[in-house]
Ligand binder design. Structure first.
Ligand SMILES: [Zn+2]
Length: 247
């Protein structure tokens, strides 16, 4: 009888290394090898995506487009990539700050206080930012022979950012597939999640949100009353954390 039981336990016939992977790595459910480029700002949403899809992500890219908070975000992005052993690039798009109209590109004093839904938040929109970043990312992905792009737009962005809404990402996904030889795919799995839902997921994944940056004013500590700070506080509270610990 002992011998029969032994033969029914198929796991004993797997090589030791493979058996360990099956038992311990939750990311093994994703069948592909590293084939993905993530647009990583260094804020809470894209950092969560970096952790959730880390087994697929070959390259994370932070675009430096001259916003008040760009450098602090980029430093956070680099910290997480070093921790996870994922290649990280910072790509300059300095022309945007020179030629585009947005309060986000004009210093801390230009940023209005309030909630994302407020009409005065419209001034912080950087025109077609996601369209520009995804276009550069698509060209880079094809150059690197990577098959997939990921963007961490989410439901809370829909109110004021046209280039975060489902019709935009769906249209962009079609354009990127048609415009590349490899028919590169765009995945935006957080499109219909709230920021609170994303943070809850990140806590389960072990994301340290102390090393994320959100404030549109770009000062050393989060200001606490601009649109992104308000959203950051609400999502941390929703996930059961004390927002004051993350300023
Ligand atoms: Zn702020």
């Amino acid at each position: 009888m002992g011998i029969v039981e032994h033969h029914h336990d198929n796991s004993l016939f797997l090589p030791a290394k493979e058996k360990e992977l099956v038992l311990t790595d939750p990311m093994v459910q994703f069948p592909r090898s590293k084939d993905t480029l993530l647009v990583l700002s260094g804020g809470m949403d894209s950092t969560t995506m970096l952790y959730e899809y880390r087994s697929r992500i070959a390259l994370a890219v932070t675009f430096i487009y001259g916003s008040n908070h760009n450098q602090r975000e980029a430093d956070c992005a680099r910290w997480h990539c070093e921790r996870l052993g994922i290649e990280h690039l910072m790509i300059p798009l300095g022309f945007m700050a020179d030629y585009f109209e947005s309060s986000l590109l004009k210093g801390a004093g230009a940023i209005p206080a309030g909630h994302y839904d407020d009409s005065n938040m419209r001034s912080t929109v950087v025109p077609f930012r996601n369209g520009i970043m995804l276009s550069v990312a698509a060209g880079l992905a094809e150059s690197r022979k990577l098959h997939t792009l990921m963007l961490a737009n989410h439901a809370g962005d829909h109110a004021i950012y046209p280039d975060c809404r489902p019709p935009f990402v769906n249209a962009m996904a079609k354009a990127i597939a048609e415009g590349t030889y490899d028919r590169i795919e765009l995945l935006c799995p957080y499109t219909n999640l709230t920021k609170g839902e994303i943070v809850k997921r990140g806590i389960e994944l072990g994301v340290d949100y102390h090393h994320t940056y959100s404030c549109y004013r770009g000062s050393e500590k989060h200001c606490g009353n601009c649109g992104t700070c308000t959203e950051r506080h609400e999502s941390l509270a929703e996930a059961g954390l004390d927002p004051a610990d993350f300023d």
